[in-house]
Ligand binder design. Structure first.
Ligand code: FA5
Length: 340
C-alpha cells in the first residue's frame, strides 16, 4: 500500500518537474511534494503507525524517493539559473573590440559666450571684471543702494529671503557697493552674474537670470561718457545697426536714471511675446550714481561721481540669437544648445 503510494508520488513529482516551465513553477512543485506540509512529509508522519520492522523498511524507501526527487529538483533549478545567466550575459554583451565612440565636442552656453565677449570688450576699455556673492546681505542689496525700507522690491513677492535674514541677490547692483568698499575711487568695473527674483515665469521672465553690472567712478563723469560705453557695448554684441531709445527711468541708486531700450530684433518692432507686443525690449537701465550710494561705498561725492548700468544679459542673448522663449536657455535641452 505504502509502496504504491510512494511510487505514485514519485511519478507525479517527476512529471511536475518535467513540466515546470520556469523557476516559479518548479518551486511550487517542490513545495507540493517536498515541503513541510507536502506529500512526502505526510507519509513521514504516518510511519509512526507501523511496526518497527515495517517502519525501518518504509523509512528507507521514503528516504530514497526523497533523495531522488531532491536531486531532480536541484538539477532542474540549476538549469533554470544557467538559462537566466546566459540570457543576462547575452543582453549585456559588449564588443570590446569595437572602436571607441569619438569625443563629442562641447561648446560654451550662448550666455557664457556673450559674457566672455563683454568681459574682453570691457577689459580692453580698462574695466576690471569682479564678482560678488549670490547670497547677499539686505544692506548691500537694498540699503546701501538707497532703496528705502518700504520699497516693493523688498517684499517677499519679489525677493527670495533666507531664514538667516540674508537674501538671494535680486540684481548685480550690490557688487557696485562691494567694489567701492574694496577698491575706492577711481573705479571701472563690470560684474556679470546670476540674480534671482520671486516672480511668475513666462516667455520673457525667469526667476533666475543673468545681469551684467557696470560702474565707472572718476572725476567729472557725464551722461555722454555713459552713452559712449552703452553704444560701444551694443555695437560689439549686435554687429549691426540697432535702434535704441532712452527714456527716464527711476532707480533709487541713480540720479538721473534712464531706461535704454532696444527695438525688438525678433519682430522688428511690430510686437511679439518677447517684447510684450510693445516693439521695445528693456535692456539697459542706467544712470549717474546717486551721492548716497557713493557715500555708502565710502567714496566722497564732492570729489567723485560716476555712472552705472545693469544690463539684462539673458535678454541680450535672446535678442542676439532671436530666441523667443527665455525658458529654453535653462532647459538643458541639447537640441537647443547644439545650435550655438
Ligand atoms: C535692475 O535690476 C537695476 N539694478 C539695474 C540698474 C543698474 C539700474 C545700475 C541703474 C543702474 P531692472 O529690475 O530693470 O533693474 O532689471 C535690469 C534688467 O534685467 C532688465 O532691463 C531686464 O533686461 C532684466 N530682467 C529683469 N527682470 C528679468 C526677468 N525676470 N527675467 C529676465 N530678465 C530680467
Amino acid at each position: 500500500m505504502l509502496d504504491s503510494t510512494l511510487s505514485d508520488i514519485e511519478a507525479r513529482a517527476l512529471s511536475a518537474i518535467e513540466a515546470a516551465s520556469d523557476a516559479a513553477a518548479l518551486e511550487r512543485a517542490r513545495v507540493e511534494f517536498l515541503g513541510r506540509k507536502g506529500a512526502l512529509a505526510q507519509i513521514g508522519k504516518d510511519l509512526g503507525k507501523l511496526s518497527p520492522e515495517e517502519r525501518a523498511r518504509a523509512g528507507k524507501l521514503l528516504n530514497s524517493v526523497k533523495q531522488l526527487l531532491e536531486e531532480r529538483f536541484d538539477k532542474k533549478q540549476t538549469w533554470f539559473e544557467e538559462q537566466a545567466l546566459r540570457a543576462r550575459l547575452d543582453a549585456e554583451w559588449l564588443d570590446i573590440t569595437l572602436p571607441a565612440p569619438g569625443v563629442r565636442p562641447g561648446a560654451l552656453h550662448p550666455l557664457t559666450q556673450i559674457q566672455k565677449e563683454l568681459e574682453d570688450l570691457f577689459t580692453s576699455l580698462g574695466f576690471a571684471v569682479v564678482d560678488g556673492p549670490e547670497v547677499e546681505t539686505e544692506w548691500h542689496n537694498f540699503d546701501a543702494l538707497n532703496i528705502p525700507p518700504a520699497h516693493p522690491a523688498r517684499d517677499a513677492q519679489d525677493t527670495f529671503w533666507l531664514e538667516n535674514g540674508c537674501l538671494l541677490r535680486t540684481h548685480t547692483s550690490p557688487v557696485q557697493v562691494r567694489a567701492m568698499e574694496r577698491f575706492g575711487a577711481p573705479l571701472r568695473i563690470i560684474a556679470p552674474g546670476r540674480v534671482f527674483r520671486n516672480e511668475e515665469v513666462d516667455a520673457s521672465h525667469e526667476h533666475t537670470f543673468y545681469q551684467l553690472e557696470g560702474m565707472m567712478i572718476d572725476r567729472d563723469v557725464s551722461i555722454g561718457h555713459m552713452l559712449y560705453f552703452m553704444k560701444t557695448l551694443l555695437e560689439a554684441i549686435f554687429r549691426r545697426e540697432v535702434t535704441v531709445r532712452l527714456r527716464p527711468g527711476f532707480f533709487p541708486f541713480v540720479e538721473p536714471g534712464f531706461e535704454l531700450d532696444i527695438q525688438c530684433l525678433l519682430c522688428g518692432g511690430s510686437g511679439c511675446p518677447v517684447c510684450k507686443q510693445s516693439g521695445w525690449v528693456e535692456l539697459l537701465p542706467c544712470g549717474l550714481v546717486h551721492p548716497n550710494v557713493l557715500r555708502a561705498g565710502g567714496i566722497d561725492p564732492r570729489e567723485w561721481n560716476g555712472f552705472a548700468f545693469g544690463l539684462g544679459l539673458t535678454r541680450l542673448v535672446m535678442m542676439r540669437y532671436a530666441i523667443d522663449d527665455i525658458r529654453l536657455l535653462q532647459s538643458g535641452d541639447l537640441r537647443f544648445l547644439e545650435q550655438f
